[in-house]
Write a protein that binds this ligand. Sequence first.
Ligand code: ADP
Ligand code: MG
Length: 553
Amino acid sequence: MDIFRILSRGASLNKKKGITTDYALPSSTQKSAQKHKEETLHHQVEKETDFFHTRKKHTENTQDNKEDNAEDKENEEEEIPPLELVTEEDAHKFRKLHKSKVTGDDIPIPIGSFQDLIGRFQIDKKLLSNLIEAEFIEPTSIQCESIPITLNNRDLIACAPTGSGKTLAFLIPLVQQILQSKPSGTKNYGIRGLIISPTNELAIQIFQTLETLVRGKKLNIAILSKQLANKLNNKIIKSDKYDILVTTPLRLIDIVKQGNINLSKIEQLIIDEADKLFDHGFVEQTDEILTHCTLPTIRKSMFSATIPSGVEELAHSIMKDPIRVIIGHKEAASTTIDQKLVFTGNEQGKLLAIRQMIQQGEFKPPIIIFLQSITRAKALFHELLYDKLNVDVIHAERTPKQREEVIKRFKNGDIWVLITTDVLARGVDFKGVNLVINYDVPQSAQAYVHRIGRTGRGGKSGRAVTFFTKEDDQLIKPIINVMKQSDCHDGYSGWMENMAKLSKNEKKNIKHHEMERKKISTVPKVVKQKRKQRQDMIEASKKRKQMETQQQE
Ligand code: ADP
Ligand code: MG
């Protein structure tokens, strides 16, 4: 209850409207400066990141707009390719405009619209209408590039920002190819499409998008849930019943080992969040799955927002003449995210910083807060757990059912603040998350990019705030590098840049070792001492009473 008062001091909580501040408002000049800053930022973000091409051009005749219009005109003259891309020249203009780099042999020309798929690839009409019905009207940059690559039967390594539509980039060609390749008249032919994801939450999400795409088609798709795994292992169901399977590696390996699933007919293997699946902790499982996918004509694709060079090398070793697509900067965060570093001095300062954000109206739900460990996530949850803030927590110790339930409630808006660990850092698409707070600095640049990528998705803007203390000096440099790559220079100060630089070995060490931190609490030492004194007095009085009753007896 104490923490409620500390955190919400000066803020009024309105369930429908979210959190609003009712004091410490900026003066009118501060307000207009703030407004101007917000407008400029908003405008910048819009201009740079319209990957869905849905935003209208500004028409107001301000000085800024005049300059922008002049700039746009220049771009138009030089850059804007036709909607239907035919020549290499069109493709070149398109890539320049979309800041994409595509390398490899015989690169197909990107599509300019989903309708291009009719003429060029005879896309299934129902699949196309399912897409349009789900309001996917125009393809994003990564979709424009990767769909024709896969439909031309090529292996693919794709790196594109968080929230830029990678799921459809692999699902559309997968469904199209599986529909085309269905051996006529053969029922229960076997699994031909396999999608691997590092977490169950992400697998569920991919499966749900897949369901939308195959609506009305005779394709059997499945997510490898615990129940399905049991049925397969007990031979109640045969795996050959399914055409496409979505799974996490561990669950699949378990069935593979017992010989209850056949992966030898897989024609398309998709590895989502590939760098995670080739990292420490997953690589052996991924490798084992690969050894069971034995069809000589198998096509492989891997996707992520971060693909370090080591992973790319590995990818090349298991692929045939792949094409590599990079949208924007490799390892940069999505430019729709406004990133900021906040120095909190010490651990206690972090809770106070949250309180300040509430007072300044910056704590606008829905919010996700990331911490480095389950223990710390639980501790912060208990600190923030009070009647009206609607907070909940997801970590690996919660059951899948609990996790599913919390996600549902967060998506519905019943939960405003979701506390979690890196278990939710990858892939999960919560629409409209306003703010991500890194309560603890992430252990690597990749972890940072994925965590903050839970906001600013689908072309929307979002904010990410990372708290750090003096003990985090070694973790800050990689974060600043990401901020620089994403052109987010206002979010840090010069002195932060001068904090420790790390060698490759140190980086590796940090990535795999959790930082030691003081416990999460806002209770000052004096209060703690007083509490202890009171507790001691109570104990002493209890003992005295006990002795007195014993003497009386
Ligand atoms: P990523 O895997 O790149 O992080 P997702 O595939 O999860 O991103 O997509 C992010 C959001 O963008 C999702 O809500 C998705 O529905 C939406 N989206 C994807 N493609 C399109 C599109 N072509 N048009 C409109 N919205 C899209
Ligand atoms: Mg994704």
